[in-house]
Design a protein around this ligand. Structure first.
Ligand code: SF4
Ligand code: SF4
Length: 58
């Protein structure tokens, strides 16, 4: 199953949440929360993240 890892570099800017076409990223207090089952590994969030905090393992 796909795993979306968001590390401590995340500034909680929300860009990935706004970009994900599957709505797999949800707001959480410190950094987004990923609903891995919805992720299609399109990598749009990885490309949009300004601090390179997201890793997607398909
Ligand atoms: S890889 Fe695509 S589908 Fe998966 S969380 Fe990122 S933007 Fe959403
Ligand atoms: S785009 Fe990057 S820095 Fe912004 S909320 Fe998502 S993971 Fe965090």
């Amino acid at each position: 199953m796909t795993a979306v890892l968001i590390d401590a570099r995340c500034t909680a800017c929300g860009a990935c949440i706004a970009t994900c076409p599957e709505h797999a990223l949800l707001r959480a207090p410190r950094r987004p929360f990923a609903v891995d089952a919805r992720c299609t590994a399109c990598l749009a969030c990885v490309e949009v993240c300004p601090v390179d905090a997201i890793e997607v393992n398909a």
